[in-house]
Design a protein around this ligand. Structure first.
Ligand SMILES: [Zn+2]
Length: 104
C-alpha cells in the first residue's frame, strides 16, 4: 500500500501566487505536485498519462512508474502511480502557477 497524500496546493504558495520559501524537501514535493497539475492541464490526449515520473525510491532505485491522474467530480486532481500505488488528491490547484488550462 502506498501513502495517500491529501494536498491543498495553495498551502505551498504565497498570496501573490509564487512559491513559499520552504525547506528543500517541501519544495521538491511542491514541485512534484506542480508537475502533475501541469501534466493534467497541458495534455492533449484524453488519457490518464501525465509524463511525470514517480518520486518514490525503493532500495535506492527510483520507482519505474509514471504518474497517472484525472480531475474528479469535486474538481480535485486524483493521482496515483500504477507501479507502487503511491497516490493522493490535490485541491486548490486551479489558477496556480502550475495550472495551464485555458480557463485559468
Ligand atoms: Zn511509483
Amino acid at each position: 500500500m502506498g501513502n495517500a497524500w491529501i494536498t491543498d496546493l495553495r498551502h505551498f504558495l504565497t498570496e501573490d501566487g509564487s512559491m513559499e520559501d520552504m525547506p528543500k524537501r517541501a519544495r521538491k514535493l511542491a514541485e512534484y505536485f506542480g508537475r502533475i497539475v501541469k501534466g493534467v492541464t497541458t495534455r492533449q490526449r484524453d488519457d490518464l498519462a501525465t509524463g511525470v515520473k514517480c518520486r518514490k525510491r525503493f532500495r535506492h532505485r527510483p520507482c519505474p512508474g509514471e504518474v497517472i491522474a484525472f480531475i474528479d467530480e469535486q474538481q480535485s486532481i486524483s493521482w496515483s502511480c500504477p507501479v507502487c500505488k503511491d497516490n493522493g488528491m490535490m485541491s486548490g490547484w486551479k489558477g496556480t502557477i502550475w495550472d495551464w488550462s485555458v480557463n485559468a
